[in-house]
Design a binder for this molecule. Structure first.
Ligand code: ADP
Ligand code: MG
Length: 584
């Protein structure tokens, strides 16, 4: 490094080793480098001479062949001689500025020079390397989510064309400060492969115009804009995102601007005058003279309007000036170096662009709305709906189990009462059996089991068996947990009771006849018999119940159990009365 006085000390801060960050405004001069290409075949064929020398990495000197005057030296941030690779030009002349866009700082890389000086060649290499590094950075920054978008345009004769949508025709710049300058197609990039593919489309589109109009590429400007937004993945509530754009600008040939004086005031009319390039030169010269507060004619051209922030505004800017080393181009090259010298005095005020939003909350709400909408559209019950139904069902089952327990408890009480009554009844029977009724009465008092006819059961053993069977049946019915079973058993008991009543009737009639035939009856006995007969009839009326019992209705079931209890006692009392008769 040559410590020439022309190298400003402020430039040393320009390529920070650490990543830029924070929202502080940083004053920084435009990074200006010069790249000298090798002599072209054409130049070599014409035995052109190399007119420039590079004593060090920052200086370029015009080799005065006549040695009449001292060589003029130009100093820049970096001077790349013809042997330098594009990789090195990128590393030292563009990388830091370009990658600032990953941290929310707008960045612009220009290539400036005369036609055939190597602008497009250099910009291709810069773009390729930048894409590689951007995706390398994304890969190594897993904690952040990146969204990349691309748009591209061409300015030719002050007409702006969307390179990703050429068919849409010339774009109209909008004047609303709240809106973007134009309505342009912005493609969201999937990956590095996709980005390279889209850049290829832009290049192809530019070449389409070139073949249609001779020498168009030297008169048009191409801008590829990458918009990079990044957000921390782990975030709750308010989200801070970095948002910045990287402009890659391949300018028209600088010879188009050389037909004016240094101040850009004497403009020649005609198609060869490139308004955008001229205005760019004027803007740079004014800014380099420290006239930031004065009028800067950004609005005089489309290019300066579009890139206003990159020229003395909120952006980091790098300009790579390309030049031919040939003596035949010395005048054009001097113009380029003069422009470059002005450019290096321009100060920008770059800052981190932070977008603060309740993004996560918005995302969450959007998801919720989408889910509810889908639920409304779908005729099928959703999973959450089914879950609620299942919970309700479970609660119902629990409630039913509790009620069932209570019913069982009541049934057990009824059963034990029944057992007690049975016991008492049996004891009475044992006493009665010492003096039994006539065989005819006994025959009529035998209980049929299930549906078997009465006449088949004659013996006392059978009768005893039937009584045991009935008890077992009652026990079974009361221990059963099935409500329909209980009702069924109650019905059987009723049937038995009816039969009992009928048998009692028949037994009374037989007794009546026996008493009458043996002339053993007295007035008192006849009255007693008549009273008993009417009592039995009353009982039958009282005990008849409605046929319809709603199975499964728990309230009805409880009533039935209670009724069953009372019927059992009625049966017992009936049997007791009959036994009394037997004892007459
Ligand atoms: P411009 O875009 O400025 O008009 P180009 O980039 O088209 O110029 O370059 C003109 C020619 O010079 C192209 O054939 C290109 O390949 C070649 N060229 C430019 N720069 C270099 C370089 N640094 N090394 C080798 N060839 C170069
Ligand atoms: Mg070109």
């Amino acid at each position: 490094m040559v410590g020439t006085p022309a190298t400003p000390a402020s430039k040393i801060q320009r390529t920070p080793s650490s990543t830029p960050g924070g929202s502080k405004v940083r004053e920084e001069k435009i990074l200006v480098t010069v790249r000298i290409r090798p002599l072209s075949r054409k130049e070599q064929a014409l035995y052109d001479l190399i007119a420039w020398d590079c004593p060090d990495d920052h200086t370029i000197v015009f080799k005065n062949p006549n040695q009449e005057r001292p060589a003029t030296a130009y100093t820049f941030d970096q001077v790349f001689d013809p042997t330098c690779s594009t990789q090195r030009v990128y590393e030292e002349g563009a990388k830091n500025v370009a990658l600032s866009a990953l941290m929310g700082i707008n960045a612009t890389i220009f290539v400036y020079g005369q036609t055939s000086s190597g602008k497009t060649f250099t910009m291709r290499g810069i773009t390729e390397n930048a894409v590689k590094d951007i995706y390398e950075h994304i890969k190594n920054t897993q904690e952040r989510e990146f969204i990349l978008k691309i748009s591209a345009l061409e300015i030719y004769n002050e007409t702006v064309i969307d390179l990703l949508n050429r068919e849409s025709g010339p774009l109209r710049l909008l004047d609303d400060p709240e809106e973007p300058l134009w309505k342009i197609v912005e493609e969201t990039i999937k990956d590095s492969q996709h980005l390279r593919h889209l850049i290829g489309i832009c290049e192809a589109q530019r070449q389409v115009g070139e073949t249609a109009l001779n020498d168009k590429s030297s008169r048009s400007h191409q801008i590829i804009r990458l918009t990079i937004e990044s957000t921390l993945r782990e975030n709750s509530g308010r989200v801070k995102s970095f948002l910045a754009s990287l402009n890659l600008v391949d300018l028209a040939g600088s010879e188009r601007a050389s037909q004016t004086n240094a101040g850009g005031t004497r403009l020649k009319e005609g198609s060869h005058i490139n308004r955008s390039l001229l205005t760019l030169t004027t803007v740079i010269r004014k800014l380099s003279g420290g006239k930031r507060s004065g009028h800067i004619p950004y609005r005089d051209s489309k290019l300066t309007r579009i890139l206003q922030h990159s020229l003395g505004g909120n952006a980091r800017t790098a300009i790579i000036c390309t030049m031919s080393p040939a003596l035949s181009h010395v005048e054009q090259t001097k113009n380029t170096l003069s422009f470059a010298t002005s450019a290096k005095e321009v100060t920008n005020n770059a800052q981190v662009n932070m977008v603060v939003s309740d993004k996560n909350l918005v995302k969450h709400l959007q998801k919720e709305v989408a889910r509810l909408e889908a639920e409304l559209r779908s005729p099928e019950p959703s999973a959450s709906c089914l879950k609620t139904l299942l919970m309700e069902k479970n609660l119902k089952i629990e409630e039913m189990e509790r009620e069932m327990k209570e019913l069982k408890r009541q049934r057990d009480i009824a059963q034990s009462q029944l057992e007690q009554e049975r016991k008492a009844h049996k004891e009475q029977k044992v006493q009665r059996n010492q003096c039994g009724p006539s065989s005819q009465v006994a025959r009529c008092l035998s209980f049929p089991v299930e549906d078997e006819p009465c006449k088949d059961k004659h013996t006392p053993e059978t009768r005893q068996r039937n009584v045991v069977g009935r008890q077992a049946m009652i026990r079974q019915s009361t221990t059963s947990t099935d409500p329909s079973m209980l009702v069924h058993e109650i019905r059987k008991l009723e049937q038995l009771q009816r039969q009992l009543g009928e048998e009692a009737n028949r037994a009374l009639e037989v007794l009546h006849k026996e008493v009458a035939s043996h002339r053993m009856g007295s007035q008192a006995t006849t009255e007693t018999l008549a009273k008993m007969l009417s009592e039995i009839k009353d009982m039958q009326v009282v005990n008849s119940v409605p046929e319809e019992i709603v199975i499964g209705d728990k309230a009805n079931l409880k009533e039935e159990i209670t009724r069953l209890n009372s019927q059992e006692s009625t049966i017992a009392s009936l049997e007791r009365k009959l036994d009394m008769f037997r004892n007459l």
